[in-house]
Design a protein around this ligand. Structure first.
Ligand code: MN
Length: 563
């Protein structure tokens, strides 16, 4: 199937209309390769169709460069093709303005920005498809542009594709970028590694019948057994960690076994380990514990015939498709059930699917992972932690299973004591609700409220437990002594004459007493840091004051604590 045929068969469909509209808009424009510009739009849309995306994404793929490169405005797109297509095209157009040149300090900002635009994940999918075609035609661009775009692809877009679970695309983007980023390494690999690849394939071809026979004897039905050659770019990354010694790379070419069921995956692993002894520490169960991008598979390395290590990957057909196409496969699977063709697909389903993936992306941000995204140690490390977000965007690290009460006590003991409920992602939840990573949590408090003994049954953090017990112990003296009576505000503001007076005016107008003020310039001398101690201990009043402070435009940041 292809977009052109689709447009010809259904000229009045969203895709049909977008096709002729975009073709017309780009008329007369040419790419650096000399081909008509619209070819690029068509191929971008074609990838999206192949990935199994919905018609709005495909229409947006066709239209993605119309606003950037012609006189047509985003309003026109929105009116003609609806708000969703308008949003995607607008998002892709914005992303087109980003230029990453390899500055480490910029990298996080760019990824954040891309994630922010991925409020509709289809923005990112269209962008990835656009980038994929641009990489395939990169050779036609001037040299300095080639390098910049290749670096951006390698460091920003390939990792994003990986996190969307689109391993195939991610690998292809890296391989396309690699020769531009590291031409010497690339030619060395082409010269030296090619031979080794062929050797390995020959060796595995000899082993294959043994594996097939053993699996058949065990009664396991396999739908596919194939070799997977390691990609050049990821091989190079690995070589850097192994003294550039290719003999140490066990998965240069690996076996991939596709079976019907999860039970067969484990059974196959048993069969393989029965044939050859596994290398200690190299058995990875990504079925029980998937990688953060959703990847599922069993991996093992065994000492094969002649003492040579062989890597095996075992998974089900569905896991295989998800491993290759990630979010897109997920999407397609869901849709196939009800509808005959993608024209009939509903965006609402896509929206639900999206949430899970956006969460995964946000988790990635929270983890703040380094370049080595594949490092599986990280999963174990984060397995029992969650990262939740305050309404101000701070990330709070809690043990998994934590509840709004744990969160509230983490913010401040007085907020915990007075917690009566919480909003999680805008929805009101019970106080024993289990929080998940990337939840936005807002605590609701009631003045004078006391903690309940029943809280001890569900809270997870030691801090919350201690504090609840203390409050319950009912010794007024003790609890009185712990209770904060004052609030210290820490205000960061650009310097100006009269600033401190304005701040203190706001406080006195709110009938709050000021106990002390001190002010200092920050280390670089750009900002004033004003610390003010006030005679209030009521979170509500504190929040009201903070809102009033925000009317002073020089103020950049306000923090507070009860003391
Ligand atoms: Mn484009």
């Amino acid at each position: 199937m292809d977009v052109k045929a689709e447009a010809q068969n259904n000229p009045e469909s969203l895709i049909g209309k977008a096709y002729s509209f975009a073709e017309n808009a780009h008329k007369g424009q040419r790419r650096a390769s000399g081909e008509p510009y619209f070819e690029h739009s068509r191929k971008t849309a074609n990838n999206l169709l192949e990935w199994g995306l919905d018609e709005e994404s495909i229409a947006a793929g066709l239209l993605h460069d119309v606003v950037e490169d012609t006189d047509i405005t985003i309003q026109e797109i929105r009116e003609k093709f609806g708000p969703a297509v308008g949003f995607i095209v607008g998002g892709v157009t914005k992303l087109g303005k980003i230029k990453y040149r390899g500055a480490e300090s910029q990298k996080e900002n760019i990824k954040n920005l891309i994630l922010a635009s991925s409020e509709d994940i289809r923005v990112l999918l269209v962008k990835l498809s656009d980038r994929f075609h641009n990489m395939q035609t990169l050779r036609f661009l001037p040299e300095e542009k080639q390098k910049r775009i290749a670096i951006e692809t390698y460091e920003i877009y390939a990792p994003l594709a990986y996190r969307l679970g689109m391993q195939k695309l991610s690998g292809e983007l890296e391989d396309l970028a690699f020769p531009y980023i590291n031409p010497e390494a690339y030619s060395w690999l082409m010269k030296d590694v090619k031979v080794r690849y062929d050797d390995r394939v020959k060796y595995l071809t000899r082993i294959k019948p043994i594996v097939i026979k053993a699996l058949i004897d065990a009664g396991i039905k396999t739908s596919k057994i194939e070799f997977r050659a390691k990609r050049y770019s990821s091989l190079y990354k690995k070589l850097l960690r192994y003294d550039m010694d290719i003999e140490k790379i066990h998965d240069l070419v690996a076996f991939r076994i596709i079976v019907d069921t999860v039970a067969d995956c484990y059974a196959s692993l048993g069969v393989i380990h029965n044939l050859w002894p596994p290398l200690p520490g190299r058995i990875k169960d990504y079925i029980a514990v998937p990688k953060p991008n959703g990847y599922q598979s069993l991996h093992t390395v065994v000492i094969g015939v002649g003492g040579k290590p062989i890597e095996f990957q075992v998974r089900t057909a569905r896991m295989h498709e998800e491993a290759e196409n990630g979010i897109a496969a997920h999407w397609a699977y869901e849709e196939k059930k009800g509808s005959r063709d993608y024209i009939a697909r509903k965006t609402s389903i896509a929206k639900e699917k999206e949430v899970e993936w956006v969460k995964r992306l946000r988790n990635w941000q929270a983890e703040n992972e380094s370049e080595n995204l594949i490092d599986s140690m990280k999963i174990d490390f984060f397995k029992d932690r969650i990262f939740v977000v305050t309404p101000k965007g701070e990330v709070i690290d809690l043990p998994s299973g934590s509840t709004p009460i744990d969160f509230a006590y983490h913010i401040h003991s007085a907020i915990g004591d007075q917690c009566v409920g919480a909003r999680v992602n805008g929805e009101i939840v019970p106080i024993d609700h289990e929080l998940h990573s990337s939840d936005v949590v807002e605590v609701m408090t009631q003045r004078g409220k006391k903690p309940s003994a029943s809280w001890l049954e569900f809270v997870k953090t030691a801090g919350a437990k201690n504090r609840i017990r203390k409050s319950l112990s009912g010794k007024p003296g003790l609890s009185f002594g712990v209770k904060p009576r004052r609030t210290e505000f820490r205000i960061t503001a650009a310097d100006r004459v009269g600033l401190i007076k304005d701040i203190s005016d706001i406080i006195s107008r709110s009938h709050v007493s000021i106990i002390g003020i001190n002010s200092a310039l920050d280390s670089r001398g750009h900002f004033h840091i004003v610390k003010i101690e006030c005679g209030i201990n009521d979170p509500d009043k504190v929040h009201k004051l903070m809102v009033k402070f925000k009317s002073i435009k020089e103020i950049r940041e306000i923090e507070y604590k009860f003391i």
